[in-house]
Design a protein around this ligand. Sequence first.
Ligand code: RIB
Ligand code: CA
Length: 305
Amino acid sequence: MDKRKIILDCDPGHDDAIAILLCGAAKNIDLLALTVVSGNQTLEKTARNALNVSRFLGIHCPIASGAKNPLVRSRLNCGEIHGESGLDGFEFPEYELDYDKRSAALLIRDVALQNEKITIVTTGPMTNLATALLKYPEIKSHIDEIVLMGGSTSGGNLTPYAEFNILADPDAADICFKAGLRMKMVGLNVTRKALVLPSVMEQMSKVDTSAAKLFIALMKFFNKTQNEVFGLPAGPLHDPLTIASMMDESIVTFKPMDVRIALEEGEHYGETVCTPSSDSKIQVAVDVDLKAYWSLIEKALSSFR
Ligand code: RIB
Ligand code: CA
């Protein structure tokens, strides 16, 4: 079976880290490159976190850092959830910071042009992808699909209407959503159902691998801050759902919708306004099979040494 070639653009971030882990475990995914963006923490920290997680899991694809700041608005970070390092809760060994010398946008361009068809997954603000589309429009014919964690059909997290990844760079999201490419949007309306509850922690703690130990340590921190900041009973495992939806297409259910990014100043700024539309190229997640999601994660954790 041909593997799906992907680039993951991320802002690790606890849930991004598990998305990287799934890429390393997936039998039907070929992770060609990791690109990093400022989001959950500043770019220097998210880049180091992406490298630490990758090297800890034996993932050696190129890693390039990208945008320090959003295209237009002021920078937004989320240290209250992800901690000072952006990935608090686990001490990594010292790895050589062997980042790719190219910018994220240039690495996206080079990888896209070297491949017939790739999927670009974003699990942070969409600044790097928007920059690549603006600077190198020739990549569009090589992009089979964009799969993103972001937005929501039913209310935000950072504001009552806006989800963090979109709110942190709504202009970049607008450029990506208007690029005319096939998209899958996995939003809060679905990801907030995937809470890492004690029953899930119990299930994963039975796996005796280094990857499982990483999962438990990171989720302990993530659950604590999600409860302190948002009053949630546990952390919603947002980002890995993008990867899981490609590993097993039965896990996430999508429906075609038109999606408009609210750029007008005011309380709706950064909202993804979703309207069902049968001929839209944008598929929006509407449900998740949680039992299958957790068993996919358990299997992934077991697949590492
Ligand atoms: O709103 C949730 C999203 O914002 C996730 O991608 C999380 O990692 C943060 O980037
Ligand atoms: Ca993220």
